[in-house]
Design a protein around this ligand. Structure first.
Ligand SMILES: C[S@@+](CC[C@H](N)C(=O)[O-])C[C@H]1O[C@@H](n2cnc3c(N)ncnc32)[C@H](O)[C@@H]1O
Length: 395
């Protein structure tokens, strides 16, 4: 017998009250349940509600960005999360009280704050993480910048006759920001955006499953003499990934190198551990560290169309010794039904900024082979709920 909607509502309500604390939930389980809730919502929603959801979803990031600009989140962080009346908040923030009230109304309606009594606001957990300098706060700034690009996609395709973008210098990004620079060249000329980007990258794989070195048998595969370079992390940003690697394997012999564009390397704030050297290097130039035991890249190549990927891989191949290993840690997009919405969205994001794409495992293998590598094995965490893979390749 079919469950009545009222029984279902009671079941969901009781599930809500018996939910374990968020930090006690395994990621794979969380994703599975969220997937089901998503399906439930889709099945329940009449078309008008689905259309509203589609049409109005972008206001969220804009309202948070405006609240950041007014200083709302910083005020609550400074007040250590205590409730504030509208008048109190207004005295600590920029702009008109009438505007503040409207922004707060939106944020309360979207569970970022709670209006405990009229015009009195209590920050909910999300509200306390959007302050200046926080990675979540920087994510909002970064994707708000990207929103200007997303808004130009339709105009871009109307102009180009709906051709699949393949030119790194001619994506919707260039139309939106009226430039011929690549995104990374543009970042270099916009240091605030660059800093925000670097910050976002430090946690970009937080929900992408295990670290690569917990999937890959590092002690068995990455053996080398203390004087040799053990691992070169190309496009390694400000070194967050290689620092985590060193923490996990403090005794592993060999030197570690993190490479990125000069202005990214210059943004490294904390001194790196002694065994890690940071070097400015453009991956399209000849690789200065020749014969390293391994060369590693995490989510760098997905920012580039095929032509540039093959060019960057060729620079690595030329530097490799017979026993060197190439490790490419990337997002993979599955084929066929049950496409994860995030993977499909990131694919459009790669397209709008870089004329690039999220690739299937087969596409990654084909690209590696085109660059004359032999793919030995693809390593994944067991559930692969996050659709990332570590491609191990050799000459
Ligand atoms: C998506 S981020 C990934 C950063 C880091 N590997 C991670 O997983 O957090 C891409 C990185 O590639 C770097 N990059 C872009 N073009 C590059 C180039 N031509 N040579 C070296 N690094 C480059 C960017 O500066 C950025 O740090």
């Amino acid at each position: 017998m079919a469950t009545s909607l009222s029984d279902l509502t009671t079941t969901v309500e009781s599930a809500l009250s018996s939910l374990p604390p968020s930090d006690k939930i395994e990621d794979a389980e969380r994703m599975r349940l969220l997937g089901i809730i998503n399906q439930l919502q889709t099945a329940l929603e009449p078309p008008l509600l689905s259309i509203q959801r589609l049409c109005f979803s972008h206001y969220g990031i804009v309202a948070v960005r405006v609240a950041q600009g007014m200083g709302v989140f910083d005020s609550f962080v400074e007040a250590q999360g205590t409730e504030m009346t509208l008048a109190e908040l207004s005295s600590k923030t920029k702009g008109d009280e009438a505007l503040l009230k409207r922004i707060m109304r939106y944020l309360c309606a979207h569970h970022i704050f709670k209006e405990t009594t009229q015009n009195t606001y209590q920050p909910l957990p999300l509200a306390m993480i959007f302050g200046t300098g926080s990675v979540p706060g920087d994510m909002i700034k970064h994707f708000h910048t990207n929103l200007q690009v997303t808004a130009k996609m339709f105009e871009y395709f109307e102009k180009n006759g709906y051709k699949n973008p393949e030119d790194l210098n001619d994506a919707p990004f260039q139309l939106a920001y009226n430039t011929r620079d690549t995104y990374f060249e543009w970042l270099q000329k916009n240091p605030t955006e660059q800093q925000v980007f670097n910050s976002v990258m430090t946690e970009s794989l937080q929900y992408c499953g295990k670290d690569w070195f917990n999937i890959y048998p590092v002690p068995e595969k990455l053996k080398c003499s203390p004087s040799r370079v053990l691992l070169v992390d190309i496009g390694g940003g400000v070194g967050h990934d290689i620092i985590a690697f060193r923490k996990q394997f403090p005794e592993l012999p060999g030197k570690l190198v993190v490479q990125d564009l000069a202005h990214v390397i210059d943004d490294i704030q904390e001194p790196l551990p002694d065994s890690i050297t940071a070097v400015a290097h453009n991956m399209f130039d000849p690789q200065p560290f020749r014969g390293a035991k391994s060369y590693y890249m995490r989510t760098v190549l997905h920012d580039f169309p095929d032509r540039q990927v093959v060019a960057a891989l060729s620079r690595i191949r030329e530097a490799m010794a017979e026993d060197s290993i190439l490790l490419i840690h990337e997002h993979t997009v599955p084929e066929g039904p049950n496409m994860p919405p995030l993977a499909a969205t990131l694919d459009l994001h790669m397209m709008e900024i870089f004329s690039s794409l999220e690739r299937t495992e087969e596409q990654w293998i084909a690209l590696l082979e085109k660059a004359e590598f032999k793919v030995n094995k693809i390593w994944k965490d067991q559930s692969n709920a996050h659709h990332t893979a570590l491609f191990e390749a050799t000459l």
